[in-house]
Write a protein that binds this ligand. Structure first.
Ligand code: SDX
Length: 434
């Protein structure tokens, strides 16, 4: 890391020199690794709003300017010119592959699209109405029971094999979760299809009739996968890194990432956003919901709005808004009440002082649900699709974390505010909180 200059922290008239390292883009960092040892003080930052957990070369976000780049390439360019497997290769290896490397990578990934036959038994253990994310978490974690030849995290070849298995099988498992939830037979992967075509085919084809893959739909699916592939140190990626820092196997780490992504404040927001739009139901109800979103006493929030980093429009939402219109036009929906509600919500919110002051803009989850619903997916499948895409970012960060010479087990400290030493049986000064 390039040392820039230093910061001085003074505590009780004692000064501590903290090195500052220069970022290639974005904010520099103040190195506090020695602060506790020298000052007996921790830093305090719930939610890590001002804390860099690691050094990374993978993704850069500028929240003020609404910039998102994977390995230096703007997301707008990648969404237009690349495809999900090429973007996955870029995230993991660090630069765009040439034609030969890309063809080889397609073959390497497609070699792993099938799952062990015994994994099918896992699905039979779920209720049919289980949330598909429950199946995703369970089956992704269970992969570590079937692929013992790629669990040694100190062997680069095994690490690469494990990541290819995760990326290839994520879509097969996601499609199986969908088929299981609607009581239809599983559809085997078809390696003659692209990654996105294969996923749509595994979800929507049935033995009774051939499924005709539409290019508009498979292109839209590929765009969704590219846009959701990575996003710096978000909650689920940080979960994968933290789990990986203990030496846990990659399948278990990615299962932990799936679990974290499921939350409605994170990847679960696309399902919550569509359900919110459907609850609003009509443009004329929008002002009332905006009023509720601003009311401190009302827990209601505009799902699909706001972001920890973007204090400007999420560049992914801009791209998805265009994709949304293309998909709806393709299926002949000129008037979609839910899209009308979304556009009205966006129009009013972007003019409203509360949202402007708090810099709340539509995020990636605001439009993705409308597109996925138009494709025929139920809301419960939206976060599954997000987790399939993010499997490439999670594995890229997992590799980077393992190869980082300074990485060690993640173990944050705390500000302890609990009881002081107490004697068993003696009345305590603090009141019993039970
Ligand atoms: C994703 O981190 C990533 O990169 C995630 C992600 C990725 O690709 O991995 O981009 C994917 O998770 C996108 C975000 C999806 N979540 C939602 O759409 C859920 C709704 N959004 C909020 O829950 C919220 O905006 C968060 C969780 C996204 C961000 O929360 P922060 O950064 O902790 O901000 P905050 O909750 O402190 O909010 C700041 C203020 C608060 O008001 P005050 O306490 O300052 O008075 O803005 C308000 C909040 O009440 N606010 C909202 C709001 N989001 C924030 N008010 C109404 N509606 C909202 N959606």
């Amino acid at each position: 890391m390039k040392k820039n200059h230093s910061a001085t922290l003074t505590i009780n008239n004692k000064s501590y020199l903290l090195p500052i390292y220069k970022a290639s883009e974005g904010s520099d960092v103040i190195d506090i690794t020695k602060l506790y040892a020298e000052s007996n003080h921790f830093t305090y930052d719930p939610g890590f709003t001002s804390t860099a957990s690691c050094q990374s070369n993978i993704t850069f976000i500028d929240g003020e300017k609404g910039i998102l780049r994977y390995r230096g390439y703007d997301i707008e360019e990648l969404a237009k010119k690349s495809d999900f497997i090429e973007v996955t290769n870029l995230l993991i290896y660090g630069d765009l592959p040439n034609k030969r490397q890309l063809n080889k990578y397609y073959k390497l990934i497609s070699k792993h699209t099938m799952v062990h036959e015994q994994l099918l038994k896992f699905f039979n253990g779920f209720r049919r109405d289980a949330h598909p994310m429950a199946m995703m978490v369970g089956v992704m974690g269970a992969l570590s029971a079937f692929y013992q030849d790629s669990l040694d995290i100190n062997d680069p070849h095994q690490r690469m094999t494990a990541s290819r298995r995760i990326i290839a099988k994520a879509s097969t498992i996601g499609a199986m979760a969908y088929k299981y939830s609607i009581g239809q037979p599983f559809v085997q992967p078809d390696n003659n299809l692209s990654y996105s075509e294969n996923f749509l085919n595994m979800c929507f084809s049935v033995p009774a009739e051939k499924y005709k893959i539409s290019k508009v739909m498979s292109d839209a699916m590929d765009t969704i996968l590219i846009l959701h592939a990575d996003h710096e140190q978000n909650a689920s990626t940080s979960t994968v890194r933290l789990a990986g820092s203990s030496g846990a196997n990659p399948f278990a780490c990615v299962a932990a990432g799936v679990a974290s992504l499921w939350g409605p404040a994170h990847g679960g927001a696309n399902q919550a956003a569509l359900e919110m739009l459907e609850t609003i139901g009509n443009k004329k109800n929008v002002p009332n919901f905006i009023k509720r979103a601003k009311d401190k006493n009302d827990p209601f929030r505009l799902m699909g709005f706001g972001h920890r980093v973007y204090k400007n429009y999420d560049p992914r939402a801009k791209i998805l808004k265009q994709t949304c219109k293309k998909v709806l036009k393709h299926i002949g929906i000129n008037k979609d009440p839910v899209l009308d509600v979304a556009m009205e919500l966006e129009k009013i919110a972007l003019k409203d002082k509360y949202f402007i002051d708090k810099k709340l803009y539509p995020n990636v989850d605001f439009y993705s649900g409308i597109i996925l619903r138009a494709m025929g997916f139920p809301p419960e499948m939206f976060t599954v699709i997000f987790s399939i895409a993010r499997s490439s970012g999670w594995t890229a960060h997992w590799h980077e974390m393992i190869e980082d010479p300074v990485q060690k087990i993640g173990r944050p400290r705390q500000l302890y505010s609990g009881n002081k030493k107490s004697v068993y049986g003696k009345k305590r000064s603090t009141k019993n909180t039970r």
